[in-house]
Design a protein around this ligand. Sequence first.
Ligand SMILES: C[S@@+](CC[C@H](N)C(=O)[O-])C[C@H]1O[C@@H](n2cnc3c(N)ncnc32)[C@H](O)[C@@H]1O
Length: 260
Amino acid sequence: MRQVAWRSLYELLGSRVRRPEWAFMNYGYAPLDPRQETLALGPADEPDRMCIQLYDHVVGDVDLRGADVLEVGCGRGGGSSFLARYRAPRTVTGVDLSRAGIALCRRYRHAPGLSFVQGDALDLPFPDDSFDSVVNVESSHCYPSVETFLAEVHRVLRPGGNLLFADLRGKVAMAELEATLRTSPLEVVDMRDITPNVCTALEVDDDRRRALMDAWIPRPFHRPLERFVAVEGSSTHARFRAGENRYVSARLVKTTTALI
Ligand SMILES: C[S@@+](CC[C@H](N)C(=O)[O-])C[C@H]1O[C@@H](n2cnc3c(N)ncnc32)[C@H](O)[C@@H]1O
């Protein structure tokens, strides 16, 4: 899909479905190792567990305490709000291209140090060296140039800062994305294929996702949206299970300002 189509879709969803309970728009993450400790969440966050676990996985062991964090492509603000409330950063700034999405974030997501700004991932409205970590979850597939995005992230990160990244692509496009990440001005320190975790999360969460679609989206839009929501039986879900779609998470570090 082209950038203009993504932009229209997210503007439409943000302006037509203004439910505060709809806080996330990612496919989620389910830990597959039974020894892994379950993430402790408050009761109000429990319905969004799968989507929150994707953020928790992406941040991993990176210590955000006292940090200035930027989330690029913050959507409806659930991820930025989770990070602000659970990871004790100094500030979290969520930025998104969608004006309607940012209006919802400002209205419904509140926490100390949390703020939202409308802006473009390819032209971030912040000075050089202003953040310790940049979080980017399931958004980069909408960008016309991932290279430009990575150069912008490198610019706004402080030396030693992290890009905490996750997104999906078709098999061929994913190989290109991996090469782009590895040749960017940031250094890749960790990269993982999390397709099975995302697929399992979609399946665990399927009833809830369908129920929300039924409740919030007018029926004529259900068929076209099934692919986007990746419910079981949709081509998106089938492509994940067949390995034709892949989902990757990565941590990249700004090692020096002299690289570009
Ligand atoms: C699938 S949603 C993910 C939202 C959020 N990260 C989450 O996990 O709930 C993708 C988001 O990326 C945003 N986006 C797309 N292109 C963008 C751009 N060029 N700059 C900033 N945000 C963009 C969309 O508006 C949308 O909110």
